[in-house]
Ligand binder design. Structure first.
Ligand SMILES: Nc1ncnc2c1ncn2[C@@H]1O[C@H](COP(=O)(O)OP(=O)(O)O)[C@@H](O)[C@H]1O
Ligand SMILES: [Mg+2]
Length: 355
């Protein structure tokens, strides 16, 4: 398989989309570095697909400019942009062989059948489907059909490859292996990918950078680690993984730290640029450690439910600061409902965000 012709940067400047009264996407600025994989992550209806379709040229931006590889493509049609899209439904032609499906874009672009078939076979080999060219899509499993859809996009040697929820029709186990395949393929080909999903674990697994969207806007952009460990809102924190959030108050600042008061506990946490006053405190389930009741400085808690999960234990706890969900790495000592315990911080996964 030939390398993608050239990896291209994708740049959106103030790109917005309105359908009459509906604002599907408010003006967004976004840079996808050449050769990187950037994921648009967010709940259903937040505008992910619309952004993707504007990059593809399938929708016209209501305002703003789109650049691919430094070229202003805002006014270009989909056919004039060197971009391929893999759809959620795969959109394979059911009556055509797998080979003809993959070769379709080349043939309709004017390439001779023989050469197109040769390229299709090469690309099928790239996605692990050597020898499957004669089959019909209906004779392939869901995961194989997904790979055919990827091959059909790759064969065009696009500067940019777009994926819209490509794994949502697959079962959980297959989703996990397919997302690894897509990531490996993207890295070996060095192609620029914009990937849409509403699944945070998929986004964490495949992305160089993640753009979290909320209600037609970008909520936060960062690496998987930045978004999980340093989200700047409760929305992003809870979208990136399980999180408790409780009300707190920054009582005073001490250098770059904040002394944070929760009902039942005082904490020293990075201030993250926030000032004295009310804050939200986000607590990951793994951020608190169970200690004996009465341990000095510990948050007093009472066990509501305790669940043995094999590799860990899960607790729902009542505390003066509110109900907390806590994951304990030690399932061997399972506390009983009603038991009084203490909670101390484990040193990570707890932070203040703007209320
Ligand atoms: N063709 C359209 N006409 C009117 N509204 C649309 C159209 N396409 C999308 N929308 C609206 O734009 C918003 C964003 O949609 P979409 O980009 O599909 O979200 P997502 O992919 O994040 O689920 C939604 O409110 C949706 O109803
Ligand atoms: Mg969508």
């Amino acid at each position: 398989m030939n390398k993608a012709r050239k990896a291209a940067e994708v740049r959106l400047q103030g790109v917005a989309k309105r359908y009459g009264e509906v604002t599907a996407v408010k003006p967004v600025d976004l840079v996808v570095e050449a050769g990187s994989l950037v994921t648009l992550l967010g709940p259903s209806g937040c505008g992910k697909t619309t952004v993707l379709r504007m990059i593809a040229g399938l929708e016209r931006a209501s305002e703003g400019k789109i650049f691919i590889g430094g070229e202003d493509v805002t006014e270009l049609s989909a056919g004039e942009r060197n971009v391929s899209m893999v759809f959620q439904s795969y959109a394979l032609f059911p009556h055509m062989s797998v080979r003809d499906n993959v070769a379709f874009g080349l043939v309709s672009g004017g390439m001779g059948r023989k050469e197109a078939h040769g390229r299709a076979e090469e690309t099928l080999a790239t996605v692990g489907l050597k020898g499957f060219g004669d089959r019909l899509p209906s004779e392939m499993s869901g995961g194989q059909q997904q790979r055919v859809a990827v091959a059909r996009a790759l064969v065009l040697q696009p500067d940019v490859l777009l994926f819209d929820e490509p794994l949502s029709n697959l079962d959980a186990r297959l989703r996990r292996s397919m997302r690894e395949e897509i990531r490996a393929l993207q890295q070996s080909l060095g192609v620029t990918v914009v990937y849409v999903t509403h699944d945070q674990s998929e986004a964490l697994a495949v992305s160089d950078r993640i753009v979290v969207m909320k209600a037609a806007e970008i909520a936060q952009t960062g690496s998987p680690r930045e978004l999980y460990e340093a989200p700047d809102s409760v929305f992003v924190a809870t979208f990136m993984g399980e999180a408790n959030h409780v009300k707190g108050e920054i009582a005073r600042l001490d250098g770059s730290d904040a002394i944070v008061h929760l009902d039942g506990m005082d904490l020293r946490l990075p201030a993250r640029g926030l000032d004295v006053g009310p804050v939200d405190v986000v607590i990951r389930p793994e951020a608190l450690r169970i200690v004996p009741a009465g341990t000095p400085g510990a948050l007093a808690a009472k066990v509501r439910t305790a669940t043995y999960m094999g590799a860990h234990a899960e607790y729902n706890l009542d505390t003066p600061a509110g109900r907390l969900f806590v994951i304990s790495p030690d399932p061997q000592v399972l506390r009983e409902p009603g038991a009084a315990i203490g909670l101390v911080t484990s040193g990570h996964g707890i932070f203040v965000v703007r209320p």
